[in-house]
Design a protein around this ligand. Structure first.
Ligand code: GAR
Length: 187
């Protein structure tokens, strides 16, 4: 079986969705988390997924901690990295080792609303459609070749919370499906 690692920083609802549909096509061999105490860590422990938790502040540079991550990924024979709410830019150390093997999900129709708080950005912009993008990452912030997008409508009477829920529902279906397809087609 192909091994993958999920990188996450927060709640872990996308991690959970990936685990729910995890099966024959890919083993989630490791959860990497850059936020000690993040709820995603408990979710991984409950599901029996090995974790590697680190605090970037304890390293002098991105290259320093990414070298450690790389070692962990090699130990587990990981060939895919799945970003699920990992709120950091991936540097050349990891990008170089996993060319076209790092996938991200972002809660907007990229190239619109990259970066932090993409749902709030779309909500405040007053657009009537936003969405979800699954893409390969490159050295930029939410740039990189798009694999698949799905539109999500913004209703005139939506609160930002309602919109967030609608987007996350789409994420939880779309991301596992796209991962499965990409991994099957390229492994
Ligand atoms: C998700 O909505 C994901 O698309 C977003 O963070 C959230 C994480 O939620 N990612 C980004 O904004 C990346 N730029 P989760 O921890 O519940 O999966």
């Amino acid at each position: 079986n192909v091994a993958a690692a999920v990188f996450a920083s927060g709640t872990g609802s996308n991690f959970q969705a990936i685990m729910n549909q995890d099966g024959r096509f890919c083993d989630i061999a490791l959860l990497v988390c850059d936020k000690p105490g993040a709820p995603v860590i408990n979710k991984a422990e409950e599901l029996g997924v090995k974790t590697f938790i680190f605090n970037p502040k304890e390293y002098e540079s991105k290259a320093d901690y990414e070298r450690v991550l790389l070692e962990k990924l090699r130990e587990k024979d990981v060939s895919w990295v799945l970003l699920a709410g990992y709120m950091r830019i991936v540097g050349p150390t990891l990008l170089g080792e996993f060319p076209a093997r790092i996938i991200n999900i972002h809660p907007s129709l990229l190239p619109d609303f990259p970066g932090l708080n993409a749902i709030g950005q779309a909500y405040d912009a007053g657009v009537d459609t936003t969405g979800v993008t699954v893409h390969y990452i490159d050295a930029g912030v939410d740039t990189g070749p798009i694999i698949e997008q799905q539109e999500v409508p913004i209703h005139p009477d939506d609160t930002e919370e309602q919109l967030t829920e609608r987007i996350q529902e789409v994420e939880h279906t779309l991301y596992p499906q796209v991962i499965r397809r990409v991994v099957e087609e390229n492994s």
